[in-house]
Design a protein around this ligand. Sequence first.
Ligand code: PLP
Length: 372
Amino acid sequence: MHRDTQLIHAGVRFDAQTGEVADSIRLSTTYRHGPAAERLPGGFEYQREGHANTQDLEQALAVAEGGVAAIAFTSGMAAIAAAFAALTGPGKVIVPRDVYNGTRIMAREFLIERGFSLVEADCFNTDATLALLDADTRLLWLETPSNPRLMVSDIAALCERARALGIRTVVDNTFASPVVQQPLKLGADVVMHSLTKYVGGHSDVMGGALVFARQDEFAKRAEHHRHLHGAHLPPFNAWLCLRGLRTLHVRMARHVENAGKVAAFLATHAKVARVHYPGLASHPQHAVAARQMQGFGGMVSFEMASREQALQVASRVKLFINATSLGGVESLIEHRESTELSPPKSPAELLRLSIGLEHADDLIADLEQALR
Ligand SMILES: *Cc1c(COP(=O)(O)O)cnc(C)c1O
């Protein structure tokens, strides 16, 4: 079956008693067991360790990414923390220079504290990154397309060499979503998601996930960390994320179509200094993106001539909403530098757009009047 079809039916829990077709929310925090804590068949023990709604979501996420298992967290950051905690040191960790700022700060604070050495690298330059991989490297973290510059890393080339050297690879697939890119199929070991973005899809739920190509010690340690740190995704959030996942392929098609049109418009506008979108032929890694993505995603960023001009555009839009986050039905604009945790790393002239599901002509008209 096609993945679109699988995602409609994955993780559906058939209830023989009621025959209900739609998933329901199960709130119990504790589960009946035998006198010596014998579990009922297929049963759970305590919600922080596991419950039906995350189990259903995790099954569907594994299907979406082509993995063997997934674990869901309270947020993307909780998933990143668990992935970092599951590393065994000492050794070197490589993260991209252009990366979600929370990832960068967590790596700087948490990994250094735990005795790892950190290299912030230009992971969009394949040769330069390959040259950094050595026997001392424990983890290569990739984020592609990256935040906020939409840079693209060659997942297959980097993961192939990493695997040969025994280096674990994790790809933050939040910007692409599993509909647009499946890093495990390109050789990555683990995919990380902020489910808060495209999977949730409606700007009303937080969640995170790790999806694994193999059930191994790393996966077990990440799950152990989730249990101990209380980072298990609650039932209502899991239910909303699974509901979002069921329509993801339909929404992504429109996000991608709209983003392509907006990027093409911006690329020809005289006041726009630079557009970052992997679908443009002018993008430095356009060929890699065309090879490893199915569509170029719904995120676009662009640079004005100055910080002042960027802020002027952000203050004049009427349809785009000034807000952080991404992947919802509504289009958002953000002056990234102003919202990033300190120290910020985005260029001051840069505006990031999360292209929503409105009509593309209305989005372009709004940007046109704001730029004017
Ligand atoms: C939002 C985001 C995160 C963090 O996820 P939260 O759900 O906000 O904790 C990580 N990576 C990327 C690329 C993101 O956009």
